[in-house]
Design a protein around this ligand. Structure first.
Ligand SMILES: NC(=O)c1ccc[n+]([C@@H]2O[C@H](COP(=O)([O-])OP(=O)(O)OC[C@H]3O[C@@H](n4cnc5c(N)ncnc54)[C@H](OP(=O)(O)O)[C@@H]3O)[C@@H](O)[C@H]2O)c1
Length: 214
């Protein structure tokens, strides 16, 4: 029974993962977020869930939240994502934690081929370089990480995905947040899955020059 710390617990994928974890596993959850009042009612209504307040750039906040957890799932964002990565790695080292699931993005290795790759780079700009720098911090660490590189996210209520490895061309253009949440949950229940891997995740047969809605 893994105890899971969720950083950025009010994020959209994180919320889906929380519901799947509650509905399908017996894991304890610690929800780490800014302004924890937003999830207080949710935490209070589930016995295995607690909400704690903190900022993911603050190493002390992170260390305090990690004390008794088995897996750290970081669902973070922002221009300062590299600082967040540094703080998470530092806190995990200080607390002797090893298993990290880190949500990144497609394109951080220039792995998206063709016209879609060009469009993705142009559209995302410095977001990609920031996320690439953050992923490098994680990969240069000795942590047992899984870096997840989702395609463009949708809110479709489906689990339908395929995986590409680092070094392979990225496939497709889109994937549902629900699919990413399911992969995260599966890793929390089987921590050897995708260990020290950086995986691209997309919905099969969604190749194109842009995501379908652009
Ligand atoms: N949109 C796409 O198509 C796409 C594609 C690939 C990857 N991604 C990336 O996938 C990730 C997860 O997606 P999502 O939809 O779940 O994103 P989201 O809803 O924006 O969740 C990100 C969460 O990070 C939290 N956060 C940011 N800085 C923080 C800090 N310093 N301390 C604590 N929490 C912090 C935010 O908290 P607050 O609620 O306090 O602001 C927010 O809840 C994001 O990084 C996103 O950029 C997106």
């Amino acid at each position: 029974m893994a105890k899971v710390l969720i950083l950025g617990a009010n994020g959209k994928i994180a919320r889906l993962a929380e519901h799947i974890l509650i509905d399908t596993t017996d894991s304890d959850l610690r929800l780490f977020l800014r302004n924890a009042g937003r999830l207080r009612d949710f935490a209070d209504s589930h016995t295995l869930v607690e909400a704690v307040e903190g900022d993911a750039t603050n190493v002390e906040d992170l260390q305090e939240s990690m004390k008794d957890v088995d897996v750290v799932y970081a669902n973070l964002a922002g221009d300062n994502i590299e600082s967040e990565a540094r703080a998470v790695v530092k806190a995990m080292h200080a607390e002797n934690k090893t298993r990290l699931i880190w949500i990144s993005t497609l394109g951080i290795y220039n792995e998206v081929p063709g016209k879609f790759g060009e469009w993705n780079n142009k559209t995302l700009g410095s977001y990609i370089t920031n996320y690439a720098a953050a992923a490098k911090v994680i990969e240069d660490s000795d942590l047992d990480y899984t870096i997840i590189r989702p395609a463009w996210l949708t809110d479709k209520p489906e689990v339908d995905y395929e995986v590409t490895q680092k070094g392979e061309d990225f496939k497709g253009t889109e994937v549902s947040r629900r699919s990413i949440a399911q992969v995260v949950v599966d890793i929390t229940q089987d921590p050897d899955k995708f260990k020290r891997e950086s995986i691209g995740i997309n919905k099969p047969n969604t190749d194109g020059d842009k995501p379908a809605w652009y």
